[in-house]
Write a protein that binds this ligand. Structure first.
Ligand code: SF4
Ligand code: SF4
Length: 235
């Protein structure tokens, strides 16, 4: 119903499925029937997605958002016709930009996995309300997005420090932490959405969770080495 429901992941999925262009239609800004004003969210998401598209070599003009009322049929027809012609002019996705198809698909898959991370990192800007179209281009800069995507943060539990208190596993919103009683906990990097909750949740006296930026995450310790033998039980 609302353009604000159009998630960044939906747009990336459309391109991954071979769409040459994506159009999002929203109600006019400041004319939302509700207090939510989701069309501003949609606008910010599009501004972010365009910069991401530039980062992976796609022409950002393949993604367009327009705001209009349901009474503006002629305007809608004109905009769609113009956008359709623009997409035809740009050519098939990737080919028009000279990117190898497999390389493009792997880049889109990589970015899609980072959507929760990107949303957490850019949360404040995504929630902002730009009143002036001249501000649109500067909400997200190319350098900012290049840095965000080249220095992706990861979280890692240092095996020697983990005391298996299970707090992080209980707080992880996506059940990405494997562990149990007396078992050193391990983050499943495939499931982790990089929200940082485990870093905050791990008691400071243990300090077992670390943040890694721009470096590979050490491999998880083997399952047979995860059991913690408490000193009182050794005796
Ligand atoms: S960073 Fe967030 S998603 Fe990842 S393991 Fe920690 S709590 Fe779970
Ligand atoms: S909160 Fe810290 S000490 Fe507790 S299980 Fe998680 S990583 Fe280990």
């Amino acid at each position: 119903m609302c353009s604000g429901r159009v998630d960044l992941a939906f747009v990336l999925r459309a391109f991954s499925n071979g769409m040459d262009g994506v159009f999002i239609g929203g109600c006019r800004l400041n004319e939302c029937n509700y207090s939510t004003h989701g069309n501003y969210d949609a606008l910010n998401m599009v501004l972010l997605c365009r910069k991401i598209m530039e980062h992976i070599g796609l022409n950002p003009e393949r993604l367009r958002i327009e705001f209009m009322s349901s009474a503006e049929g002629i305007l809608f027809a004109e905009v769609m016709s113009e956008f359709g012609n623009k997409v035809k002019e740009l050519g098939p996705l990737g080919k028009g930009e000279g990117i190898d198809h497999n390389e493009l698909m792997s880049k889109l898959a990589e970015i899609s996995k980072l959507v929760p991370y990107i949303k957490v990192m850019k949360n404040e800007k995504l929630a902002s309300r730009l009143e002036n179209p001249e501000e649109y281009d500067n909400l997200f800069t190319k350098d900012e997005i290049d840095t965000l995507l080249s220095e992706v943060i990861s979280y890692y539990i240092v095996p020697d420090k983990c005391q298996a208190c299970m707090t992080c596993a209980q707080r992880c919103p996506v059940e990405a932490i494997v562990g149990g009683k007396n078992l050193i906990h391990v983050i499943d990097q495939e499931k982790c959405i990089k929200c940082g909750t485990c870093l905050e949740a791990c008691p400071p006296r243990f300090g077992a969770v670390t943040k890694i930026s721009g470096e590979p995450v050490p491999p998880p310790i083997p399952e047979e080495k995860r059991t913690i033998v408490r000193k009182s039980k050794e005796r």
